[in-house]
Design a protein around this ligand. Sequence first.
Ligand SMILES: Cc1cc2nc3c(=O)[nH]c(=O)nc-3n(C[C@H](O)[C@H](O)[C@H](O)COP(=O)(O)OP(=O)(O)OC[C@H]3O[C@@H](n4cnc5c(N)ncnc54)[C@H](O)[C@@H]3O)c2cc1C
Length: 496
Amino acid sequence: MRGQRAVVLGGSVAGLCAAGVLARHFDEVVVLERDRLPPGAEHRRGVPQSKHPHFLLNSGRRAIGEILPGFEEALIAAGGMRLMPSMDAAYCENDGWAPRKEGSMTMVYSSRVLIERVLREKVRELPVIKIREGVTVTGLRSTGGGTVNGRVEGVEYRDDDGDHHLSADLIVDALGRGSSVIDWLVGTGWAAPPERTLDAKVTYTSRWYDLPPAEKRPPAWWWKHLVVTPTQDTGEHPEEHEFLSNFFPIEGDRAIVCMGSWGIEMPRKAEAFEAAVDKVRATTFGTATRACTPTSEVHLTRATGNKWRRFDLLDTPPVGLVCVGDSICAFNPFYAQGMSSAARSALILDALLATRGAVDSAFTRAFLAEQKKSLDVPWMLAMARDQAYGFATGTETVAPWRRAVAARLSWPVFNAINAASREDAYVERTFAQVFNLDKSLREMARDPRFWFGIARYKLRRRLGRTVVPGGFDQRHDPPGTDYTALAARRAALVDA
Ligand SMILES: Cc1cc2nc3c(=O)[nH]c(=O)nc-3n(C[C@H](O)[C@H](O)[C@H](O)COP(=O)(O)OP(=O)(O)OC[C@H]3O[C@@H](n4cnc5c(N)ncnc54)[C@H](O)[C@@H]3O)c2cc1C
């Protein structure tokens, strides 16, 4: 379809992706953003989470590339790094350091602020898009709110010159976790959608560092990225062993050192942060951090609960409005799904605008059905782990027996997948697809080859017939030996 004007509320990742697709279908696309947007890769008030590491999953990177061609190249030209985690990252898994070898997944590492800067630059190349900065959206205007013929027709906003109204054929809410769109809808006669929530009390604490010059790093520092997963050791240990710790490389020879936990109080002062870093179970984490120079204060966030506003369950969902990004579904950030889910929703919008004649109730229902299918994939993944915690709150908490099953299975299954991935390329690839949202957990759960691979590896291990080593001592540096050839030979032999 070809419409006159679309208005996007919010100019962050979800808003910019939405604007990118709307530019193909509307004569004018207006993005309303409360912040004054910085020209460079800088933090701003409206996106406090930019101080924490942001993984861009493969499906999200691909989706953004479809929306704004050349995005990945521009991100790399601006300093982003295309790396292969299984070769360039050192992973301290449950039983110790994983073997280094080629895998099926590559990632582009950069700061979140650089991702946004590149997105903004790409969007600004499209002349139909106008980004209005310093504009606060204050409400929606609709007719026949809550009725089958009702429609959201415009948006109210405030800027330095006072209060205004802008009408639109389509409004896209990309105001993030704190979006007030539901209050505004209810205020104009629409029903509030049911909310699904699960807050597993995840806290992130991060600090930014300059890396030492390459020549001053010890030879054992071959890795670019360091990840230490929570211990599964049930004996006495410092609580820092239960952190998910991440030495995350970003552009400009810098790293964000981040520790996260489910339900544990995290350090918020520099001294406590440095002390905690030294107690992470893989000692390399502390020594590497201490070799770097801190350039920021410690940033802490608790705004991490899973929250899905189920517009698809409404009898009469508002026509003329769609929600994307965190405003419709925000996730526990441990699973790195937010930006990718936002970009995937934008692509759904693009496909429907290309095939439908009008933004009417059939369009709205079709969008909500497709978006629900897309969001089910990351949501299920987040639930699978977060439902295991007794202290989690929300509508999606489960009966104690189900929680016990989740708690008993989720880490052991994760550990078994990691171990089998050492010698089974199918298991490795399948799990990478699930992590990157290219395959659902359900598909993985129903894949006999996947489970066969895990069972076979377990049996071989019991019989002492595995060949690719792993589980290297966490008290030493991660070994830099490249096991690619051995792992490939092994996989070929085992599958023969
Ligand atoms: C600690 C943490 C770590 C994360 N890590 C990852 C990760 O590794 N990978 C990943 O993919 N995702 C991650 N996420 C999620 C990711 O940040 C979001 O999913 C992503 O930013 C998409 O958000 P959005 O554009 O919907 O909203 P936001 O980025 O929150 O942007 C909302 C925008 O709306 C503007 N705005 C708000 N109110 C108004 C108003 N009234 N008027 C006008 N403008 C307004 C704001 O200024 C802002 O620009 C993480 C989140 C957190 C909290």
